[in-house]
Write a new protein. Sequence first.
Length: 817
Amino acid sequence: MKKLDMRLALITVALPFSLSAQEVREPAESESAPAEEAALEEVIVTAQKRSESLQKTPISIEAFNADQLATRGIDGLGDLGSNVPGMTVDPFPTSNASLRFFIRGIGLLDAQVTQDPPVGVYIDGVYIARSTGNAFDVADLERIEVLRGPQGTLYGRNTTGGAVNLVTRRPSTDGFSMSHKFGLGERNIRNLRSSVNVPLADDLAVKLAVLASNVDGYVRNDGPGEDFGDRDDLAGRFDLRWHATESLTVDYSYDRSRSDYTNYLYQAVLPPDGDKGAAELFKRYAQSQSVYSRHRLKSLTTGAPLEQSRVDIEGHAATFTLDLGEHELKYIGAHRELDDAAYTDLGGGAGSATYRLDSNVYDGPAAQVANGGPTELMIPRTTQKQWSHELQLNGLLFDDSLQYIVGGFYFSEKAKEDRKQRYHQFSSNISPELIAPLEPLLGGLLNPRLVNFDQVLNSIDNEALAFYTQGTWTPQWLDERLHLTLGYRHSEDKREALKFRVNDTYLEGSFNGFGTAVLLSSADRFDNVRAKRKFSDDAITGIVAFDIDRDINVYAKYAEAYKSGGFNTRDPQISGESGPASDGIDYGYGFVEGFAPERVNAYELGVKSEWLQHRLRVNADVFYSDYTDMQINFLISGTVSDTKVANAGKARMRGFELETTLLAAPGLLLSLDYAYLDADVTQVRNISGEDVTDEFSFVSAPPHSFVAAIDWTMLDRSWGVLRGNLNYNYTDDRKGSMQPGKEGMTAIGAYGVLGARLSLGEIAAGSRGKAEIALWARNLLDKEYVISAIDNQPHADRAVLFGEPRTIGAELIYRWQ
């Protein structure tokens, strides 16, 4: 770990543990029990598709209940990276509405519709297949569970890194209730979260939740268009719960959300060696002057209008739960749709227009510098529809000694990404003022422009089918302290893809009105090229757990998972029979052949324990993972984004994870969550079969990360409760690219960020109402830190996305029940 600054040292000395904002439970036998007998609240999770105590679940889990979510300021998936050690979350460079998740070093850098992310995301048990548009906030969350490591048996494909469960609050027939939260803050932050629960009958209740949010970006655009990072969100959710009979419960939900946003600024900085490469050649041809700075900029002038992007998401889900006594039968069916239009300006840093070259006045040398591939302006559109069905049967057998679950899962999706762009590679240097008198006669002949038109359409049609079972046997001997678990899953995957691309170059201009353009060349044609592949996989899980006593449980676990194979839309070859790639080399395969699945086999030893009469909780694990058939992206020399993907790598990951929570005194909670990760690529052979292992390394795999905080109830009176929260998250150095020779350009330095919250709650507001007023701060010390870096922009060899500056806000919360 790098040397930490003095502020971090002081915090870690003062706070040996950190906040885990959990409620305190009083002993059941007496409400007036002494305060020192208070204990930590039991945490219930559904990581194994059944409700059980976190302390009895043999999985490395980070769980946040509703109170913790509010205290930590976790509104959605994008906030998890700063709250879960061993997990990094950052936006895709071309769309900050899409997130990249890495757990224990495993994740996906590219957002192609034909490739799947290896960290599964689930909302109320419904799988979310695409990374596109996943940076959403959920209107009424009850809890979030982050499962580390492969989850192949119960969750299936695409969970080699882990899984994230979002659990929403269900309607209740117990009575009418409502909750409203109003927020204001710097950068024009305005948000509203409202939830109303209405019982319609003794057996029927509905709930309506609404979320509206606005925030301005932290980099002002002094040029045309919007500011960088502006975002407006509007989301709604309707839930219905019907107790149809004493044993049958029906849940239905409908959610819809829309986000209008502009992408973040990827700011040009000097690379470590001080060599700006070709970027300096671009400056003289840019409308705006490139600004290189190692410090976070507050404003910048664009050369072309920065346009707004939009993502719409809609979903239906129905769950039928039949109580059969010691058994439960459950069906989960869902349909979801996604529509994303993301403005992209590749000339100004992905996702911005910072250094965009004028698309209408392009000078010759600039085009030469760009190797014939000048800046591109486009608004690609991604649409997706998915359907899923899951049937589960779980319960107890053999005098309750066997706890089991069996299930079947079917999933299908159709998606496409479509983009068109037209841009100029060359314009003559003749002044428009000089040729204006001749324009009616000669048209564009004296001022021709070399124009490129590029249209790309990629689509997929995927199906997945799986059967799984898992059982935990607790034999009578050893006082029922031994628990043996065995799980198995068989998966079938059918994937189809289509690629259409036309890349034409033509000369604009006319002579006396005859002809409008002359076609000069046509290249990179994929005329509705179709690809099909089928995969199957068998995954097992084995766990041996032992209760040393009722408060200490140890376990040993083996788990497997696989990530689906697919197709690489950036491959310039159609197939092994279509001819060479863009570098003139025939690699023997192309888009049609695609690539096979990759696998992770993991070994884990863990302990779940509580001490000091349930005032101290210590959970820890060590793990070792074998990563095989890695899907490696090889960048084709001389190109910006043409790649070949091959199952050409092996790696191993090992590490240690610790979660501690201490009720140090009545009302004072301290906790520390820490993760150590040692991830190493052990073998990579390039497309030619050469050993290039030393050229590759893991990305988004910080060796050290932790979250430390304190939650202190300073006053507890009849008129209100004063509560303070301080939290600090630290992430070690990591890399941002796996490509050879780019470590320096994409390196991300270590950083730590301090947050705080002060609230006065439980204020009487009517006969059944309670109010809360809160002040909060993110990045309280105004630390400048980088969360993402790229190296393939024409204006800079290295461009980075800085994290949010210090932001302060306030909340007013009203609850009635």
